[in-house]
Design a protein around this ligand. Structure first.
Ligand SMILES: *Cc1c(COP(=O)(O)O)cnc(C)c1O
Length: 388
């Protein structure tokens, strides 16, 4: 590793996770969610992986994200589901991108622009995008009229759950069924009905309908309190750097801004060059964990923009030693969830916020027998830097 920091993205792990979930939700289809640069993993690279699996659809939020995937040569159907007024839907027509549409105006604009394939988005209770019950008559009437005129094909209907509780999700599923029934009354019969994201997709077969949308699970992370391993998933992202400086310090020596941490006795401070500019939440100061030489050390003091300190005591730690910031707990590496818990957030936010400064390296490493830490470190010759 020549760069200061590395984000290693394991394409084989992504494929493994998608295939695991495909099997688990069968016969429901899978839409792989690749929004927000694939939750920080690299959308084009992972879309290429998903493109070679039995995944049926790729999903992103904006039309721009969708076009970028199409221009990178992705062949599978792609849907984009959040749009501002004035969005150039003709680009969706040109690039063969499906639109998730939330209002009658959007349906009219899509039809006028020649964007043919649409999914109708329903607000079943989350209060975000999608048509509310009061809007359904005009929404479905518009869709039915333009479909009858051959302008659009209502291929799908979608909604999104709040995950507030099982009962609240059940209420939303009921509203989704009502929306489907109402749409049918207008002559609209979507072939792809989808509402479940990873959590509900894994746990509630009745919520799978025709397709489930898989984001976090594909990246090998858990949507809830279970571990990745408990779900049969392998974390795809591994973030590492190297110890940049070592110093022996007397008892009482403070570390970093605000002197939140002071050495309890004579000890060794190691400097880890990774900061909040790289995506670590500053709220995780005094928390989180970094794997160096087989042990995990919490942050000593504040996380700064570019670096933080760990107290390695009398351990045999050297400049240049690898410091793994997050990865697969099955290999002894800190999990994204460990950082999330320290910062009062969720693993989604941890991986999605990993910045652009670390070099992204794409590897194909997943094996059925997970390598242990030592083997893994000895495996570096197997890496292939991405050709992108
Ligand atoms: C992000 C997103 C998903 C994916 O959710 P996960 O919990 O990551 O699987 C699914 N559907 C919609 C509408 C989303 O915005």
């Amino acid at each position: 590793m020549t760069s200061l920091q590395e984000v290693r993205v394991d394409r084989a792990a992504y494929r493994h996770n998608l295939e695991t979930i495909l099997q688990r939700v069968h016969p429901a289809k899978v839409l792989a969610v690749l929004k927000a640069n694939a939750y920080g993993h690299g959308a084009v690279e992972l879309a290429k992986v998903a493109d070679q699996t039995d995944v049926s659809y790729l999903g992103v939020v904006s039309l721009d994200e969708a076009v970028r995937l199409r221009q990178a040569g992705i062949r599978k159907p792609i849907i984009a589901w959040l749009h501002l007024p004035g969005t150039d839907f003709a680009e969706a027509a040109r690039q063969n991108i499906t639109l998730g549409l939330s209002t009658a105006d959007q349906i009219e604009a899509a039809a006028a622009a020649g964007a043919h394939t649409v999914h109708l988005a329903i607000d079943t209770g989350l209060g975000r995008n999608g048509a509310t019950r009061a809007q359904w008559p005009h929404f479905f009437e518009t869709a039915a009229r333009l479909q009858a005129a051959g302008k659009i094909d209502v291929e799908g209907m979608m909604s999104h759950l709040s995950n507030t509780s099982v009962d609240d999700d059940t209420d939303q599923l009921q509203v989704f069924d009502d929306a489907l029934q109402t749409a049918a009354d207008y002559g609209i019969h979507p072939r792809l009905r989808h509402i479940a994201a990873t959590g509900v997709a894994l746990d509630r077969p009745e919520a799978r309908y025709d397709m489930v949308r898989i984001g976090i699970g594909g990246y090998g992370l858990s949507p809830d309190d279970r571990t990745s391993a408990e779900l049969g998933l392998t974390p795809v992202m591994r973030v590492s750097t190297r110890v940049a400086q070592i110093k022996r310090v007397p008892a009482g020596t403070p570390a970093s801004y605000g002197y939140l941490y002071r050495a309890p006795r004579e000890t060794t401070f190691a400097l880890v060059p990774f900061g909040y500019a790289d995506g670590l939440p500053r709220q995780a100061s005094q928390g989180g964990g970094v794997l160096v030489g087989g042990r995990v050390y919490p942050v000593a003091g504040r996380i700064a923009m570019d670096q933080f300190v760990i107290d390695v005591g009398d351990d045999d730690v050297h400049i240049g030693d690898e410091a793994v910031i997050l990865g697969d707990p099955q290999r002894g590496e800190p999990s994204a969830t460990l950082w999330a818990d320290s910062a009062g957030t969720i693993n989604y936010e941890i991986v999605t916020r990993i910045g652009d400064r670390p070099q992204r390296v794409y590897v194909d490493q997943q094996r059925l027998d997970q390598p242990r830490v030592e083997e893994h470190i000895g495996d570096r010759h197997q890496e292939q830097a991405s050709g992108e």
